[in-house]
Design a protein around this ligand. Structure first.
Ligand SMILES: [Zn+2]
Length: 416
């Protein structure tokens, strides 16, 4: 049995010597064929010009990395019109034209790289006798052709952002294989329709509630069935339930009493009592309106008349009549106060005036209660500070009055 039967990539070289050390195994070889073919016009030649050595790495034997030192020849081209005149013979079964890795080793490294990536692949390859470098693995992966993507039968469309909340693209996913099919630079009707026309065969398109995807699918794949994707169906249900439950406060509380263990009664803290009183006070007009709506309805007035008399829209009248008690106040979460908040109106004013540079603005304009501070020591830095107070006065804080709220010092335009 010849070597070439189980090592077919070595069939065109003749191994003349084998040197085995603890670390490596080296094969010394010659090319086996008598003649070679010019790469330009494919004419065969036997006329040897010179010889040179090539070093090629191969798969390990018994854990030892294998190096093949093979002597290759240069030939004269026998075609008088050939521009090459001299060409080097090739060993296409073993290695690429200028390659240093035998095909089997290259394939093995590529698989390692695909499975693990460059760094982890490098860590695994070394003890297996496949010496490489992370960068080599990366280069191999980048050189791979793009996998051909078949047009999915069930296509998911959704948006993603290149720049958060500023620039959006469209991601297309094969929902059966759960693989990303393509990324589009926009989320416009035209881009989606163009892609679908270029990839016919989508039977079902799952999308969000964005109208441009609906229109894009209608234009690009008119036969496809459009469905709302699971995420957005759930989101719709949650939003609808929230709207519904807001109007059935009593039932909600009753359900909570049944479902939740009774909590021990705790006296309200003074601030909670004050907050509750303010809340009741603010809700009073709503309660009055609600009661007037019901009273007028009981007297038999029609909706339009009630709305006109009470001074609310007809949808509100319908809503109040569908509720078994006055609507409760919906508290919006309060945004944390930012250090820059007191200065925002002034900064916007300067921006509108055309100023785009923070430092000169603040340094030049003390009349608005802002100026830049140059500390006596340390690196020059600019700080916002109220005029007349170069630094926050410690006693102001001690009096329970925060400096940036001190009246008369700053243009604070916040509604109380
Ligand atoms: Zn030639």
């Amino acid at each position: 049995m010849g070597v070439s039967s189980f090592l077919p990539h070595l069939r065109h070289i003749k191994v003349t010597d084998t040197i085995v050390t603890d670390q490596t195994m080296t094969l010394v070889a010659l090319t086996a064929r008598k003649r070679a073919q010019c790469p330009l016009y494919h004419r065969w030649s036997k006329q040897v010009h010179s010889r040179y050595g090539r070093t090629i790495r191969d798969l390990p034997w018994a854990g030892r990395p294998v190096v093949i030192h093979v002597q290759v020849r240069r030939f004269f081209c026998r075609n008088a019109r050939c521009l090459r005149r001299i060409f080097a013979e090739r060993i296409p079964d073993l290695v690429d034209v200028r390659g240093r890795l035998a095909h089997p080793l290259r394939r093995a490294l590529r698989r390692v790289g695909l499975a693990l990536g460059a760094r982890a692949g490098d860590r695994l390859a070394a003890p297996l006798g496949l010496p490489t470098r992370p960068r080599t693995l990366l280069r191999m992966l980048h050189a791979l052709p793009e996998p051909e993507v078949l047009t999915p039968r069930v296509l998911g469309l959704d948006d993603f952002s290149f720049r958060r909340r500023l620039v959006f693209g469209t991601i297309l996913i094969d929902l059966e294989t759960r693989r990303v099919v393509d990324l589009l630079p926009e989320r416009s009707v035209a881009v989606v329709a163009h892609w679908l026309r270029a990839h016919p065969g989508v039977a079902i398109a799952a999308r969000d509630r964005n109208g441009s995807y609906a229109e894009g699918v209608r234009q690009g794949a008119p036969d496809a069935i459009q469905v709302a994707d699971r995420f957005h169906v759930t989101q719709n249900v949650v939003e609808a339930l929230e709207r519904l439950l807001l109007h059935h406060d009593a039932a909600r509380k009753q359900a909570a009493q049944i479902l939740l263990p009774p909590s021990p009664l705790r006296p309200l803290a003074p601030w909670e009592q004050r907050a509750q009183a303010v809340s009741h006070q603010r809700q009073a007009p709503t309660v009055t309106t609600y009661e007037r709506v019901w009273a007028m309805r009981a007297q038999g007035h029609d909706i339009a008349h009630i709305a006109r008399t009470v001074g609310v829209g007809r949808p509100t009248v319908y809503r109040y009549l569908s509720m078994d008690r006055p609507p409760t106040r919906i508290r919006r979460p309060q945004r944390a106060r930012r250090p820059i908040d007191p200065y925002v109106p002034y900064l916007l004013h300067r921006w509108d005036e055309g100023c785009r540079n923070a430092r000169p603005t603040l340094a030049r304009d003390p009349r608005h209660g802002l100026h830049a501070i140059q500390p006596d020591r340390g690196p020059p830095t600019h700080r916002l500070a109220p005029s007349g107070a170069e630094r926050p006065q410690p006693d102001a804080a001690a009096q329970g009055e925060s400096v940036d709220r001190a009246p008369g010092r700053l243009p604070v335009h916040r509604a109380a």
